[in-house]
Design a protein around this ligand. Structure first.
Ligand code: GLU
Length: 578
């Protein structure tokens, strides 16, 4: 039986903020939020609803997420009071070498777009395995219950909005290189018109097949065979409308790589911050450790007592210091004791002592040495350019029992590697370009070089904040390495700067990732604080928009405040059950 999708959509007032009872959903997309609310109304729990949201986003936000990608799932279980995580990160094939992104002909790293639009960049996808694992561990219904209504959305279609059309248009050259991608997303050679109906019958059939036969069809069966064939022999178009300046390189993924895929269940990172417990994602994401280290550094200052520009100065400096440590130490194989050492108050104290209230530090700052001996301000060589990205999507769900899901999922760049698997209706990821192409740490080891079976470092930072063991706030965002600073800034805005949650999301953003210049939204740069920060020596590079967050706050007496973006990425959609 297919659940009706349309009535739920019709019942849901779509807006970026909602307050009420009985459960809450926030995502970037009204149909996805409606799908999640419908599951909650029918008695499903937060995990059931999160999977419905994620499966729908795979249809309506195909350039940011989907079964060709991966992500990180954080879950608070109300019964046990425990926070658990799932690492569904894409994994490098066993054939991948440390120099996979170096051109053998020149010895130089590949241009980013050459690496991206290829079979080489596709990691073994982890999203479906994540969904299946979450459903089995914590859901009350099988994954098929989430896939079937989403299949119906793919079959019946959904309205093309301005963001969707723009994302196709931005990718038109890459998409036109591949026959199945051009056929699906460039009908008649052009992006679909805003307001037209986008249908994806191949994806509907894929979801229905998965609902019927289970995820083994993907990891050990016919869909997997198609993925491997696509990676090894990208389905290039005979005469693409626009030329592509690079060779389209194949990848080495095999069916054994798909068979070997495993969802990992790392313990979350956890730090305490001004009486709150902040839980995040451990490696291969750097989200938990970098947000956590930054907060530990910030806890050394009483941000509430400082002028806002001083508080923001410390926010920028703390994230620069934490990024230096991330770049030096955090990758898939970081030993847990090292990750935990980065999150100690002793280390944060040493890092915090480098901050000068009167002057911005020269960037890049050097990484510290988390060796347990913190009497002095350590220095060591290093520094790295930040990875940029504006793809990905995030969702937040809470149910009436108090369970919470914070989930960030992605196919890396908007449009992933640009290759739709023929006949299957979904794009593959380019997540492996999140590896560093060449060493970034001078004579020190780079923790994020490619390797066989390795997972590229992520910045995704799904975060759940507890107070006295009960949920207080859940938040996450897309945005490549700006994810870390967006989550951090929202937490600082809410916990320290006296903003409500909607204000904390709406406030102009700035992102200091240990680079000479701070990436910032124009409204931040123009604000009085932005000008005061320039006076301290911070320089800014404008970026129209940073991030697209979703969040839920748990108010007294069971009231929920669900928030999505009011403006960024065409605004998001939040709702509550009652
Ligand atoms: N691939 C990125 C990461 O895992 C996310 C990309 C994005 O948010 O744009 O950190």
């Amino acid at each position: 039986m297919l659940a009706p999708a349309a009535p739920a959509a019709a019942e849901t007032r779509s807006g970026p903020t909602a307050s009420g009872y009985g459960g809450a959903v926030a995502s970037v997309d009204p149909m996805a939020t409606a799908a999640g609310l419908e599951v909650l109304r029918r008695g499903g729990n937060a995990v059931d609803a999160a999977l419905a949201v994620a499966a729908t986003l795979g249809v309506t936000e195909p350039f940011s997420s989907g079964i060709g990608g991966g992500g990180f799932f954080v879950y608070y279980d109300a019964r046990t009071g425990r926070v658990s995580t799932l690492d569904g990160r894409e994994t490098a094939p066993r054939a991948m070498t440390e120099t996979a992104f170096v051109d053998p002909a020149t010895g130089q790293p590949l241009a980013f777009q050459e690496a991206r639009v290829s079979g080489l960049s596709a990691g073994v996808p982890g999203s479906l395995a994540t969904w299946d694992t979450a459903a089995r561990l914590w859901g009350t219904r099988p994954l098929s219950a989430a896939l079937r209504p989403a299949a119906q959305v793919a079959r019946d279609g959904f309205p093309v909005d301005a963001t969707f059309a723009q994302q196709v248009s931005d990718n038109a050259t890459a998409f036109s290189q591949f026959e199945p991608t051009a056929r699906l997303f460039l009908p008649g050679g052009a992006p679909p018109a805003v307001g037209s109906t986008m249908r994806n019958p191949d994806l509907a059939a894929t979801y229905e097949l998965l609902a019927r036969r289970g995820v083994d069809t993907f990891y050990r069966g016919e869909i997997g065979r198609d993925i491997v064939a696509t990676v090894q022999r990208p389905p290039v178009a005979a005469g693409p409308a626009q030329p592509w300046p690079y060779a389209i390189r194949p990848g080495g993924m095999t069916q054994d790589d798909l068979r070997a895929y495993e969802v990992r269940r790392p313990a979350p990172t956890r730090i305490s911050y001004r009486g709150y417990d902040v839980y995040g994602m451990a490696t291969p994401s750097s989200g938990g450790s970098t947000v956590g280290e930054s907060l530990n550094i910030l806890e050394r200052s009483d941000l509430r007592a400082l002028p806002k520009s001083q508080a923001l100065h410390r926010y920028l400096e703390a994230s620069a210091l934490a990024f230096a440590d991330r770049n030096r130490y955090v990758g898939d194989y970081t030993p847990r004791p090292l990750l935990d050492a980065l999150l100690t108050d002793g280390f944060a104290g040493e890092r915090a002592c480098l901050i000068d209230p009167a002057k911005a530090l020269a960037k890049p700052v050097q990484p510290g040495v988390p060796d347990g001996r913190y009497q002095r301000c350590a220095t060591a060589p290093g520094g790295a350019a930040p990875d940029q990205g504006q793809s990905t999507t995030n969702l937040t769900v809470a149910d009436k029992w108090g369970n919470v899901v914070e989930y960030t999922l992605t196919i890396e760049q908007i449009g992933g590697n640009g290759i739709v698997v023929p006949g299957r209706g979904f794009l593959l990821n380019n997540e492996l370009t999140d590896f560093n192409f060449t060493p970034t740490q001078g004579t020190e080891r780079d923790p994020n070089l490619p390797g066989p079976g390795k997972r590229p470092r992520s910045s995704m930072a799904p975060t759940i904040v507890l107070q006295h063991g009960r949920p207080f706030l859940a938040v996450g965002s897309p945005g490549g390495s700006t994810i870390i600073t967006t989550v951090l800034q929202i937490l600082v805005n809410r916990l320290d700067l006296g903003m409500t949650l909607p204000e904390a999301l709406a406030a102009p953003r700035a992102s200091q990732r240990n680079t000479a210049s701070v990436t910032a939204e124009p409204a931040f740069i123009a604000s009085p604080e932005g000008q005061a920060l320039a006076g301290l020596g911070h320089t800014f590079t404008p970026m129209a928009e940073i991030g697209a967050a979703t969040a839920v706050e748990f108010l007294p007496h069971g009231r929920l405040l669900a928030c999505a973006e009011p403006v960024r990425r065409g605004s998001g959609s939040a709702g509550t059950v009652r």
